[in-house]
Design a protein around this ligand. Structure first.
Ligand code: CP
Length: 331
């Protein structure tokens, strides 16, 4: 649990950078300079092009201990962080929160203090509360770095960067592109981080496409165009990013039914024809077949969904090695 009197509150994004502008923590994309995002993408490129055997001999984190603290379920993020840390030569520990002493009333800060006493160097944190990773970054020992692996509906920065990597890999530069983010934008930390990343990288047009009940008020201020009709929203786009309905974060009925949602916003082969002929289809996962995306599209020629997952390893290696470099490591 978070201590009420230590509530993280709004924190300046600069707390994630060192005085000379290097990554110390990776908490949010918001406020990061375009050059730093490009540096992450360029560095990830090096890790992708290395054959697997060589990747396992890139010991930039040798002697370091990475602790995965997942207070919320995960498949892709947790496992790719683990593989990335192992490929960089780190010792990796996964704390199973369900069987940890958090269930006996231990506060988040006390859990952190105890893990610090076991000589942690890096915490990878997923938490259902927005601000949890910032909170740990603010109060943990100064030598420790914190990577946000998803906090509430706030931010999921490494997911956004692996998505940017995949877009750049498939499309080259961002400037000429039209990108549509479709679905439950209201509850999506991924959408927020993607919008920050896409606008920072000067993408031609960023659209969000959703029913009114699933669009946050004032989202236009983030530099996006809002569409409530799927057919208009994906017309002529280069990239379609589908999002799942986050039922677990919905406190009221925001939709008539999943069937109705699919009828109006589901990505089918017919609808995909409205996008550019070479448009790519993305999804951060987990996908819900027949709710936001038809199986023929999810498994089709234009889908790069599983390539996103693979790219997550290289991007997370890139971020962790840059952070270790800023700590005076070998990167
Ligand atoms: N994209 C994503 O965060 O997936 P997981 O919840 O499986 O980590």
């Amino acid at each position: 649990m978070l201590h009420a009197h230590l509530s993280p509150g709004p924190l300046p994004s600069r707390m994630q950078l060192t005085k000379d502008g290097k990554l110390k923590h990776f908490l949010t994309i918001e406020g990061l300079p375009p050059l730093l995002l490009e540096e992450i993408l360029d560095r990830a490129e090096q890790f992708v092009t290395l054959p697997n055997k060589q990747q396992k001999k890139a010991p930039l984190l040798r002697g370091k201990t990475v602790m995965n603290l997942f207070f919320e379920n995960s498949t892709r993020t947790r496992v790719t962080f683990e593989i990335a840390a192992q490929r960089l030569g780190a010792d990796v520990t996964n704390l199973d929160i369900r069987t940890s002493s958090a269930s006996k009333g231990e506060t988040l800060l006390d859990t952190v203090r105890n893990l610090e006493a076991m000589n942690a160097d890096m915490f990878v944190v997923r938490h259902e509360h927005a601000g949890a990773a910032h909170f740990i970054a603010r109060y943990c020992a100064p030598h420790i770095s914190v990577l946000n692996a998803g906090d509430g509906r706030h931010s999921h920065p490494t997911q956004a960067m692996l998505d940017m990597f995949t877009i750049r890999q498939k499309k080259g530069s961002f400037q000429p592109l039209k990108v549509a983010i479709v679905g439950d934008v209201l509850h999506s930390r991924v959408a927020r981080s993607q919008i920050h990343a896409l606008t920072t990288l000067a993408t031609g047009e960023v659209r969000v496409v959703a029913p009114k009940t699933l669009v946050p008020a004032g989202i236009e201020k983030m530099g996006v165009n809002v569409f409530h009709h799927m057919e208009e929203g994906i017309e002529d786009v280069d990239v379609v990013i589908m999002l799942r309905l986050q039922r677990e974060r919905m406190q009221t009925a925001l939709l008539p039914s999943e069937r109705e949602f699919f009828k109006l916003y589901g990505l089918t082969e017919e609808r995909l024809q409205l996008a550019k002929p070479d448009a790519i289809v993305m999804h951060p996962g987990p996908i819900n077949r027949g709710v936001e995306i038809d199986s023929r599209v999810a498994d089709g020629m234009q889908s790069v969904i599983l390539e996103q997952v693979t790219n997550g390893i290289a991007v997370r290696m890139a971020v962790m090695s840059m952070i270790m470099g800023s700590q005076g490591g070998a990167a």
